[in-house]
Design a protein around this ligand. Sequence first.
Ligand SMILES: *Cc1c(COP(=O)(O)O)cnc(C)c1O
Length: 459
Amino acid sequence: MKYISTRGQMKPVEFQEAVMTGLAPDGGLLLPASLPDVGDRLAAWAKLSFQDLAYEVISLFATDIPSDDLKKLINNSYATFEHPEVAPTVEIGDFHILELFHGPTLAFKDVALQLLGNLFEYILEQRGGTLNILGATSGDTGSAAIHGVRGKPKINIFIMHPAGRTSPLQEKQMTSVLDRNVFNLAVDGTFDDCQHIMKTTFADVDFKTEYALGAVNSVNWARVLAQTVYYFYSAFQVMEKTGTNTVQFSVPTGNFGDILAGYLAQRMGLPISKLILATNENDILSRFFNTGIYGMADVVPTISPSMDIQVASNFERYLYYRAGQEPEKVVALLDGFKKSGTLAVDVNENGVVDDLFVAGRGDTASTLATIKRYKEQFGYVLDPHTAVGVLVAEAHRSADVPTICLATAHPAKFTQAIIDATGEAVHHPTLDALADAETRCDSIANHVDAVKQYLVEHI
Ligand SMILES: *Cc1c(COP(=O)(O)O)cnc(C)c1O
C-alpha cells in the first residue's frame, strides 16, 4: 500500500515511511492511495477478537511489515488495556456505548497511541537511529503519548505543558511517569506559548535534523488507522445482538480524527447508515455539516476540553474525498480558507453537505443534565465528552437502526464536571493511586532557546 498527500505534491511512500513522516512535506495529510473494499470479508471478521480483527484491518495498510511482526506489535499494544475485550460495547437504555477508555490513561487516544509508540520503536529497530519526540499539551494527548513510548530505549519524549494551567489530575498522569526517556517540562506560560515553542523549534530544520526531532502528531496516519478497528468490532457485535444489518455511530468530535476513522470504515464497506457528529460550543464542524460553511470562531473553554478546537486538523482528509480525490481542489479550498477564514461547499438536494453525516451540538447545561439523567435512569456515568455524543444522538435515534455512542474517556478523569452534574465523584483505581505518586517535572522559561538548550543537554 502506498501513501499520497492530500495536496498531491509528495512522491508516494510505503507505510513505515508514512508513519515516520507524520505531516507531508507539501503541508498535506497522508492517505492511502486507494482504500481496500472489505465487503466480502465482513462475515469472517465478525467472529474475531479485537486483536485478531486489528491485525486483519491493519495488515491491509501496513504492507511493508511482515505478518508475524505486525501480530506481535498489535498484541503488545493492547495488552496494556485493562479490559479483556479492549473496547467492549455495553447496552445502556436505547443506546450501545462503545467504551474506548480502558487503556493506560483512560481515554480513547490510547487505542492509537499505544500502537503508534510500538510502531515507532519497531521502525527504528529496522532502520537504526533514534527519535526525540517534542510535543505540547493542554492535557489529554500528552499523557497518552507519554504512556505510548515510556521505557522505549530508542525514543525520548519531551512534553511541554503550561505550568499550573492543566488540571492537577492530568498533570499527575504525565509527571508520575518516571521512566528515564520521559521529560515533562512545565513552561512558564500558556498552552499557546508551548505550541509556539514547538512550532518554532520544528521550523529550525537543521536543529530538527541534528537532534532527530519528531512529533506524535494528531494527524499521523497510524492513529486514524488504529481507530478504524473499533468501528468494525463494535458494529459486528451490535448487528449480531440486534439482528440488524446496519448501524449508526455517534462521535464526540474535536479534531475530526475519531469520526474520520468511522468514515473510512464506511468507505471500505462497513454498513454504517449514519455518522452523528457531536460537538460542544466549539461547533465549527457541526455548523459545517449543517450549512456547508466552514468558518472560524474563537475557542471557548468547556467541560469537554478535548473537543475545544478552532480548526480541525483532520478535516483536510474528509475534504480530499469530498473534492473527488483531486488535490488541486483541496489546495484551492484551503487557500480560500487561509485568505478569508471561511470555506464553503455545496449542499445537496436534501439540503445537507453529505447524506452520511448528521451533526449537532451540546452546551454545558444540556451536557450536565445528560450526565445526571443517565446516572439516575441507568446508574451509568458518562464523561462530559461522551455525554455530548449521547445527547446529540438522542435527536437522531432511529427505530430500525441501532445507535452506537463512542465513550471517549472515563468519567473519573473529569471529577469536577461529574460532581457538578451528579453531586458525587466517580473513582478509578489508576487515578486514585496518583494521589501519593512520586513525580518528576522540570520548570522551564517561556522561551524557545531555553527549550532547545534543554533538549541539547538531555538528548
Ligand atoms: C481527543 C478527544 C476527543 C475528540 O476526538 P477527535 O479525534 O479530536 O475528534 C473526544 N473526547 C476525548 C475524551 C478526547 O480525548
